[in-house]
Design a protein around this ligand. Sequence first.
Ligand SMILES: [Fe+2]
Ligand SMILES: [Fe+2]
Length: 164
Amino acid sequence: MDTNLDPITALKSDHEAVRAVLNNLGGYLKKISSVSSDGLRNNLINQLNEITAFIDRDLEIHFKKEEEALFPVLGNYIGTETGPVHVMLIEHKNSRELSSEFKLKINGYQQSKDFKPITDIGNSFIKLLSEHIDKEENILFNMADIQLSQNEKRGIMLKMLAIK
Ligand SMILES: [Fe+2]
Ligand SMILES: [Fe+2]
C-alpha cells in the first residue's frame, strides 16, 4: 500500500476485493445445493474453507484499519458512541459472529452432511457485509472525505500501513 495514497481510496480498494470474494461465495452457496455427488460437494467445502481463511485474515485486517485508524479520528468529529461509526462497529461485531458460526457449520458438514445451515448463514453473511460496505461508501467515507484534513488523512494512512 502506497504511503501517499488517500486512506479512503485504500479502504475502497479493500472493499473491491471483499466484494469479489462475496460474489464467489454466493456462487459456491448456490452450487452446493444443486450438486449431486459427494465429491463435488467436498470440493465446494474446500473452496468455502479458503473463503473463511480470507475472512479471518484479510477482512480482519480491513476491519482493524477502520477500527484502529479511521474511526477514532473520524469519531472526533461525529462521535463513536452513537451515529454512523457506532453502527459500523456493531456491524463488524455481527460480521465476526456470523463468520464464526459459518466456520462451525462448515466444520460440522462432514458429520451432518447437511448443507442447509451453511447456505443460510453464508447468505446472511453476504447480505450483512454487502450492505455494510455500501453504507460505508455512501455515508461514512463521504463524511470522512469532507471532515478530515490532509494531515489527518496522512496520519490515518500511516497507521493503516502498520496494521498487518
Ligand atoms: Fe467496516
Ligand atoms: Fe470497510
